[in-house]
Design a binder for this molecule. Structure first.
Ligand SMILES: Nc1ncnc2c1ncn2[C@@H]1O[C@H](COP(=O)(O)OP(=O)(O)OP(=O)(O)O)[C@@H](O)[C@H]1O
Ligand SMILES: [Mg+2]
Length: 247
């Protein structure tokens, strides 16, 4: 696979006096893992919100494959093949792990029906396989609220992959867990992305994670992109270390 999967051009958006996107240009290439880094308030989440239809830019466009998806509704964008995982997992906490995945599969296939038990869906084996990929098959019948935070994050990512996206956007997939747990989450995530052939973009504050798992890194700064490139090159730049990481 090669070529451009998503292309953002000259995105602008402001909230009151705050300019959260001030001319964002970024290409995401087929098959890559692109990390987004930058200080708090730089506009990283805003970019994901624009790409998924939660915000409409005042200027600029987003293309996905051959289509212009700027200002399309979130649901339409999901159907086109962009899935999203949030910083706080968006799960049904009083439902079982497998049922959260089955609900996503039913949404994908448009087969959800309140009178049909989720267990009867034909996607059940596929969803169990997906859980297997994340090492979660043994907890498939547990309630989400019984899981530790690291596993909840993995289930959230598995739910996003249950939609069979081409592109997965993640906002801080490893926040709020220990360093060891971060690596466990990322190892499983990278494997699942490779098996499913999914391109990914992830916002990340931990530079060890960026160095280890990103093919490229884009540095956000006050609504614009300060630099883009391979992690070893970008993170070696003293201005990035100073402005983003504060050292
Ligand atoms: N819907 C909104 N309404 C008003 N202001 C917003 C909205 N979304 C973002 N902002 C503002 O835009 C700026 C960029 O916010 P954004 O959440 O994109 O930053 P971020 O880089 O994701 O920060 P963090 O690392 O803290 O998550 C911030 O000043 C934020 O307060
Ligand atoms: Mg954010």
């Amino acid at each position: 696979m090669s070529g451009t999967l998503l292309e953002a051009s000259n995105l602008h958006i402001s909230f009151g006096g705050v300019t959260a996107a001030d001319g964002i240009d970024l290409e995401v290439f087929n098959g890559e893992r692109l990390a987004i880094i930058g200080p708090n308030g730089a506009g990283k989440t805003t970019f994901l919100n624009i790409c998924t239809g939660y915000l409409t830019p005042s200027a600029g466009s987003v293309r996905f494959g051959r289509r212009d998806i700027t200002a399309m509704a979130p649901r339409a964008i999901t159907r086109m093949g962009i899935a999203r995982a949030f910083q706080t997992p968006q799960l049904f906490h009083d439902q079982r792990v497998i049922d959260n995945l089955l609900l996503a599969a039913a949404a994908r296939e448009r087969t959800w029906n309140p009178f049909r038990p989720l267990q009867d869906l034909p996607e059940r084996d596929e969803m169990l396989e997906l859980l297997e990929l994340f090492g979660l098959a043994e907890v498939s019948t547990q309630m989400i609220n019984e899981l530790p935070e690291g596993n909840r994050k993995l289930v959230d990512i598995a739910v996003a992959l249950a939609l069979r996206p081409q592109l997965l956007l993640m906002d801080e997939p490893t926040s709020g867990v220990s360093t060891l747990e971060k690596f466990r989450i990322m190892d499983l995530l990278v494997e699942a992305l490779a098996v499913q052939g999914v391109t990914s973009v992830f916002v990340e504050h931990d530079m060890e994670v960026v160095k280890r798992y990103a093919d490229r890194v884009a540095v956000w700064s006050a609504g614009h992109i300060q630099s883009v490139g391979p992690p070893d090159q970008v993170l070696a730049d003293p201005s990035v270390m100073r402005d983003v990481i504060g050292i």
